[in-house]
Design a protein around this ligand. Structure first.
Ligand SMILES: Cc1ncc(COP(=O)(O)O)c(C=O)c1O
Length: 469
């Protein structure tokens, strides 16, 4: 009898594993719309019951699938479902999950070009397409990351290496008070003192005030600092506000500074006509982050950073070791480890490449246009509800509203909306006020779900204004 190695299943076992998993996955995905928008009431307690020592013996696959699909997965935010209008949804297109299966099963090495040049090229194409969407020209380039945070980090380190020497203790960075904290966190991880990060006040539309930026730069220069980098937002998380990117680019240019744009949420709206109008000037940025796991609807775990002059990425990250294969000398062949902090990495390009090749870009553009329409529709309908104030009009697909002046009332309103579990909304604090956001991003969210959200908001407004009725 040949010896059986459990870690090397035979063909029949492989098929059974994937069939059984696929059955559960398909049933789960097909019922996303009927599942509650969130179901975490006892989830933390349940999580504590799962702590266990290193397993010594195996358990049947079916039992583990039962546990995952009946116990663990349902006790969560339904982040893939149509009612998830919270934070920044992603959705998770199914085709990307299939791509991940292929990528993980073939398990080729793409950190360096030589071991799998064709696969590296597919991923490089994806990055090229992102540059094209933004309007970056020849010489631009970038890399796929695990998300926007790592993308920010790569951009800031690249800028630092391009413009500053080893002592950058007097270099200052500028962002808005609405900028996602991933920027400040990355700046600190890149070695900048927190005290050198200037958070500038916003205008009435939650965009960085240019006069405040000009003043801060002049003041810092007069005080012996080196103004170094401006971060603009192409869609903030709280209200979806888009900074005046063209003007920020001009300020950066005039002052010899690096212009970085956080487009984690908003940059893919460049696929739409309205997005291109709102994001005018984004192509003047030196670096941009985009999150396919947000506005390209991919599963979590895919971000991107692109840089106008890709040579800067290489300058900041390149380091060879003699146990590695030779790096590529020609410009068009890329070693991802030479332009990012990672060496070994998953073949994350496939989960972007496969859906884009399967469908072309058009369905993605349509989806984003639909989200812009839905946010406008939601704002129009909310305006008709007595007492509701739209605090942030949709500039892209996020809006924020509030009922009267009392934060406590708005907290209760949010609770009552979410208690119905057809949609999940999350709050933000802007201009000192507690506001409720609606963020329409998922490819599974359509008009019917936004109508449900509006119904639930109307009903919840009635409850908090007329308790006991
Ligand atoms: C505007 C913005 N920038 C950056 C990030 C951080 O990205 P990630 O969560 O992919 O690390 C987020 C996350 O929601 C975001 O909304």
């Amino acid at each position: 009898m040949p010896r059986v190695y459990p870690l090397e299943p035979d063909a029949a076992t492989m098929r059974r594993l994937i069939d059984e998993a696929a059955q559960r996955v398909i049933a789960h995905v097909a019922s996303l719309a009927q599942q509650p928008a969130q179901n975490v009431d006892d989830a933390a307690e349940f999580a504590r019951t799962l702590i266990e020592p290193l397993p010594r013996k195996g358990e049947p696959f079916e039992k583990l699938l039962d546990f995952l699909f009946d116990e663990a997965i349902p006790r969560s935010f339904n982040a893939a479902g149509p009612g998830y209008l919270a934070y920044i949804p992603g959705g998770g297109i199914y085709h990307s999950a299939v791509a991940d299966y292929i990528a993980d099963a073939v398990n080729r090495y793409v950190g360096v070009c030589a071991p799998a040049p064709a696969l590296v090229q597919l991923e490089a194409n994806v990055v090229r397409w992102f540059c094209e969407i933004i309007g970056y020209g020849r010489g631009s380039g970038g890399v796929l990351t695990s998300g926007g945070s790592l993308a920010n980090f790569i951009a800031i380190v690249t800028a630092r290496k391009a413009l500053l020497g080893d002592d950058f203790s007097k270099a200052t960075l500028y962002c808005g008070d609405q900028t996602h904290h991933a920027f400040q966190k990355s700046a600190m991880l890149a070695g900048f003192p927190a005290a050198n990060i200037r958070e500038l006040p916003s205008d009435g539309m939650f965009r960085v005030r240019i006069d405040a930026l000009d003043e801060a730069i002049a003041r810092d220069r007069a005080n012996g600092f080196t103004p170094f980098l401006i971060c603009g937002s192409a869609g903030t998380t709280a209200t979806g506000a888009v900074d005046d990117l063209a003007t920020l680019a001009g300020v950066a240019r005039t002052n010899g500074m690096w212009f970085h744009v956080d487009g984690a949420y908003g940059a893919f709206f460049m696929l739409t006509e309205r997005g291109r109008a709102a994001l005018r000037g984004i192509d003047e940025a030196d670096s941009i982050i985009l999150d396919p796991h947000k506005t390209l609807f991919l599963p979590f775990g895919t971000g991107a950073v692109i840089v106008r002059d890709a040579r800067q990425l290489r300058r900041a990250h390149s380091m060879h070791a003699d146990y590695l294969p030779q790096f590529q000398q020609e410009e068009e062949l890329i070693d991802f480890c030479e332009i990012s902090p990672e060496l070994s990495r998953d073949f994350r390009g496939l989960r972007v490449w496969l859906p884009l090749k399967l469908f072309g870009i058009e369905p993605f553009r349509e989806q984003l246009d639909e989200k812009l329409d839905l946010a406008t529709f939601a704002a129009e309908e909310l305006r008709k509800i007595d007492g509701i104030e739209i605090v942030a009009e949709p500039q892209l697909s996020i809006l924020a509203f509030r009922l009267g002046d009392d934060d406590e009332v708005n907290r209760r309103l949010l609770q009552n909306i979410n208690a119905r579990k057809r949609v999940m909304l999350t709050p933000a604090r802007v201009a000192g006020k507690f506001v409720i956001r609606i963020c329409v991003v998922s490819h599974r969210t359509h008009r019917d779900r936004v109508e449900m959200a509006l119904e639930d908001i109307r009903a919840a407004v009635g409850e908090v204004l007329r308790p006991g009725c």
